[in-house]
Design a protein around this ligand. Structure first.
Ligand SMILES: [Zn+2]
Ligand SMILES: [Zn+2]
Length: 644
């Protein structure tokens, strides 16, 4: 860090209030050299705050007698300060909230601790595999080409991981570090295992399951340069690595890369920005890339699966086949699996027993009292809201008309589990959903059980379709491909296509696999293309649709949601906001589902200049803040939202 004989520093105190979204000038103590990125303790108001130095200046603003910085308590690389300030501006957040992402508070060390056991149990470096010509070309482009953003595209099993591991090794040889982002550590045990096996104690792992002490140790290993490779979920994009050569975003289509609380950043966009600030390469890897990545990134194609064909997909038309959720063809396939004592994966992207209770006499669907959604029947007899957590016992009669004739509509994972237990008692059932596996350890334990099992079914929500690789899965089935298609969301088709294609890739990695897709809409575009593994065609058509509707990548979306106790006030606040924003067309205000007892409505901008809109909205909202607070209104500005 450059020592700076400069009298004053601009410091952002790391406080969350929107009202103090500006830097404050402090006097630099002579004995404490500091620079941009220094984490300091400063007097702030009547108390103290942690803060980050964002600039060194010669003079203080006129009429101000700056207070002194009390201590320097740490530092982050200056590039991360630049990244955070950009992030605050782009996503309409405050600099302090964004800076807190790059300088998270860590508790003080109490005593020396033994490093986590897993760090000692490292396997030796695995022998690099023989690369295909496509893989070699891809590695060469990443390592020897100019910096930039690359899409690494290839079917499941085409060797994408090996490409970025070799690129990572080449960077390491040049003294450059790598960040590897995965959607969720617990869902990527094989990827993490391979990185560890290859690079041993040069790897740091950041994830939500770490204790505070472990997280601090990992951050220290990164900051000191001992760990040059970081694997982690979304927030690892801010890892304090110096001399960054490569950022890999694995499974780049995964929606969990977007944070859904302020700052609402997208780790993929931040990865691209960080790479450009550091002149590093960003590699976005997926078998089912986002349309925006497909259209805008330089592509590295790996082609099909190495050494085996992708499994054939059979569509089961539920309009013609009885027996939902287990149709006759699906049952027949499962019986074959049971005979071989093999394995199957079943995806049903809906939790509980039945997604709705419906009165046959009067037509009432039992709804959440706080939200405009149907309550979901669970196996313990409760009715639960999947948005606000409201739970009640399931009534014997209709609350509206008293009729006992209540029908359970549809099927969820718990019903599927019950029916499987009845029809195929010889198969071990391992359920993977938010009710069955609440914690990362439970999830990891379930995945290990399935890996070791003989004659087993892994069933669950979209969790089962993520990047696990299990030997000997002979059948993969989508129980209801239509669950996501009815959602009023511009990504509904993209998500459906990704889910089916990803699940199909889970089958037959070393066996002749079979894939079954049950649907009431066999002709729907995402289902038909996924059945043919036709990623290219799906993306071409999806991009055409997006172009005609002005969706990303042809425009950015900015979504402004206001919630409050009365719909009328919510709508009025949005109308005032709309009147104050210039330079773009805003759609709305449109009312949304009421959630958690609060009315909601939104404005949506389709714009080439999302920053300008977000900045205008943020200014208007902070001016309106006192009035909105009095009326009980809250507002959220979401740049590049994942759904609208
Ligand atoms: Zn009724
Ligand atoms: Zn609710």
């Amino acid at each position: 860090m450059p020592w700076a004989p400069v009298p004053f520093a601009e410091v952002y105190p790391l406080v969350t209030a929107r009202a103090v979204a500006r830097p404050f000038t402090y006097a630099v103590p002579e004995e404490a050299p500091l620079g941009v990125g220094s984490i300091v303790r400063v007097p702030f108001g009547r108390s103290r705050a942690r803060g980050i130095v964002t600039a060194l200046v010669e003079t203080a603003p006129p009429g101000i007698e700056p207070r002194r910085i009390e201590a320097v308590v740490g530092e982050v690389p200056p590039t991360l300060v630049e990244l955070a300030l950009w992030l605050a501006d782009y996503y309409g957040s405050t600099p302090a909230r964004a800076l807190a992402l790059v300088a998270p508070e860590t508790p003080k060390r109490r005593k020396e601790q033994a490093p986590p056991a897993e760090r000692q149990a490292l396997a030796g470096e695995a022998a690099p595999a023989e690369l295909s010509a496509e893989q070699r070309a891809a590695v060469a482009r990443v390592v020897d080409g100019p910096p930039g953003n690359l899409l690494l595209h290839g079917a499941t099993g085409s060797g994408k991981t090996e490409v970025y591991l070799q690129a990572c090794a080449a960077m390491l040889e040049r003294g450059l570090g790598t960040i590897i982002l995965v959607p969720e550590i617990a869902l990527a045990p094989q990827t993490v295992g391979r990185v560890r096996a290859r690079f041993g104690n040069r790897v740091a792992i950041l994830h939500s399951g770490l204790s505070d002490a472990e997280r601090r140790d990992e951050r220290e290993r990164i900051a000191s340069g001992e760990a040059r490779i970081v694997v982690g979920a979304r927030s690892a994009v801010f890892a304090p690595i110096r001399g960054l050569g490569l950022i890999v975003v694995d499974e780049e289509h995964d929606p969990s890369y977007k944070q859904d609380s302020d700052p609402r950043y997208d780790a993929r966009t931040v990865a691209a920005k960080r790479a450009s600030l550091e002149r590093a390469v960003a590699v976005f890897a997926s078998a089912t890339p986002r349309p925006e990545s497909w259209a805008t990134l330089e592509r590295l194609e790996l082609g099909g699966r190495i050494g085996a064909a992708l499994p054939p997909v059979r569509i089961v038309d539920l309009r013609r086949e009885a027996g939902y959720p287990l149709s006759a063809p699906l049952l027949a396939e499962l019986r074959r699996v049971a005979e071989h004592r093999g394995k199957a994966i079943l995806l049903l992207n809906r939790r509980g027993v039945a997604p709705a209770l419906h009165c046959r006499a009067c037509g009432t669907t039992i709804r959440c009292p706080n939200c405009d959604v149907a309550l979901v029947l669970h196996a313990d007899g409760s009715l639960r809201c999947h948005h606000c957590g409201h739970a009640a016992s399931s009534p014997a009669t209709c609350p509206a008309c008293g009729s006992p004739d209540l029908a359970r509509l549809g099927a969820g994972t718990q019903k599927l589990e019950r029916e499987l237990a009845r029809e195929l008692p010889e198969l071990e059932l391992i359920r993977l959903d938010a009710d069955a596996v609440g914690k990362p350890e439970e999830l990891a334990a379930s995945l290990r059980r399935f890996a070791a099992a003989q004659g087993a079914v892994l069933l669950g929500t979209q969790m089962v379709a993520k990047g696990h690789h299990f030997a000997g899965v002979e059948l993969a089935a989508v129980v209801d491909a239509d669950t996501g298609l009815g959602l009023p969301d511009f990504r509904a088709e993209e998500r459906t296509f990704q889910l089916i294609t990803q699940l199909a890739g889970r089958s037959g990695r070393d066996a002749p696999g079979r894939v079954l897709v049950q649907t009431f809409q066999p002709d729907a575009r995402p289902i038909a293309h996924a059945a043919r593994h036709d990623v290219t065609r799906f993306l071409a058509e999806e991009l055409e649709r997006r172009r005609s509707l002005g969706y990303p990548p042809f425009a950015h979306l900015v979504r402004i949601v206001v919630t409050g106790p009365e719909l009328e006030q919510v709508v009025r606040a949005l109308e005032e906001l709309k009147a104050g924003i210039s330079g773009t067309e805003l759609l709305g205000p449109a009312a949304l589902l009421r959630l958690r007892g609060r009315h909601r409505a939104q404005l949506v901008a389709k714009t080439p200049r999302p920053r300008a809109i977000a900045t205008q909205a943020a200014h208007l909202l902070s001016a309106a803040a006192p009035n909105m607070r009095r009326a009980g209104l809250t507002a959220v500005v979401d740049v590049d939202p994942q759904s609208v």
